[in-house]
Design a protein around this ligand. Structure first.
Ligand code: ZN
Length: 279
């Protein structure tokens, strides 16, 4: 599942071919993804200029000339590809191995075709009218922004009786932090995922805040390296090889103490950690 760094990498990949350009043509190959597009989707996007392509949590946000905002979420399996060598009007041309899942095609005035492919269709696109409430309204601070600091996190966790692992996945506490990076940050901060969220010390909260920012920043940097190679690839954006300290490493040795990494399930999600280092 794409997490914040993957979404940011996709945004950076799409930006040069989308920002400042017009949506020349919008093709929807089905009426819905996770949610229906709505009857007026095509009319509200086609012909519009995309001013700025930003990101908040795991949402990409295209600001349209009309004032509408187009939210794009990759869900579980969504990916964007950039097609440079298509013939206009030829919609059979694709770089995807499973073109039947090419659900949305944007032809941009930059001369590129941006294709959204999503086999599982947990992703979605949604138009938000100017001033209308949106899914972004209740989100907590962005992990890399100055609005996330140790005092802010400490205040958000105060009195929380649930486990720190679970609390950190709450998007109202920190926006866009997902399962992988929560496991990695807790490992680096040497905090057990089973600790009560409201019982961390000041020093632990400071350490945790720093490590959350570090793991996200490093993953975005890794994504950036994948983008530099991207010019010569098949145009697929956003999924890159990345190695983790604990995530997905059940039974393998801890990189610090050689104990076996264990996997437990917390609120339905896998948690990977080192019992010795995160006692
Ligand atoms: Zn260890």
């Amino acid at each position: 599942m794409p997490e914040l760094p993957e979404v940011e990498t996709v945004r950076r990949g799409l930006s040069p071919v989308m920002e400042g350009f017009d949506f020349t043509k919008v093709i929807l190959n089905r009426p819905d993804l996770r949610f229906p597009f709505g009857d007026d989707f095509k009319a509200r996007v086609q012909g519009q200029t995309l001013g700025r392509l930003s990101r908040r949590a795991k949402f990409m946000i295209a600001e349209l000339g009309s004032g509408d905002r187009l939210f794009m979420h990759l869900g579980m399996s969504g990916r964007f590809t950039i097609d440079r060598d298509y013939a206009p009007g030829d919609f059979t041309h694709t770089h995807n191995t499973n073109p039947k899942h090419d659900h949305v095609i944007f032809e941009m005035s930059s001369g590129h075709r941006v294709v959204y492919n999503d086999p599982r269709r947990f992703g979605f696109m949604e138009l938000i009218a100017p001033g209308a409430p949106s899914r972004l309204d209740d989100l907590g601070p962005e992990p890399l922004s100055n609005s996330l600091s140790a005092p802010v996190l400490r205040k958000a966790l105060k009195g929380k009786k649930n486990k720190i692992k679970t609390a950190l996945l709450d998007q109202r506490i920190i926006a866009g932090l997902g399962n992988i990076y929560v496991c990695e940050a807790l490992y680096r901060a040497q905090i057990s995922p089973k600790r009560a969220a409201g019982r961390l010390s000041v020093a632990e909260t400071e350490s945790l805040t720093g490590h959350i920012k570090d793991v996200i920043a490093e993953a975005i940097e890794a994504g950036g390296s994948s983008l530099r190679d991207f010019a010569n690839t098949d145009g697929n954006l956003g999924y890159f090889q990345h190695s983790f300290d604990v995530y997905g490493r059940e039974g393998e040795p801890c990189k610090t103490c050689q104990s076996s990494i264990v996997r437990i399930v917390q609120t339905g999600r896998s948690t990977f950690y080192c019992k010795a280092c995160q006692g």
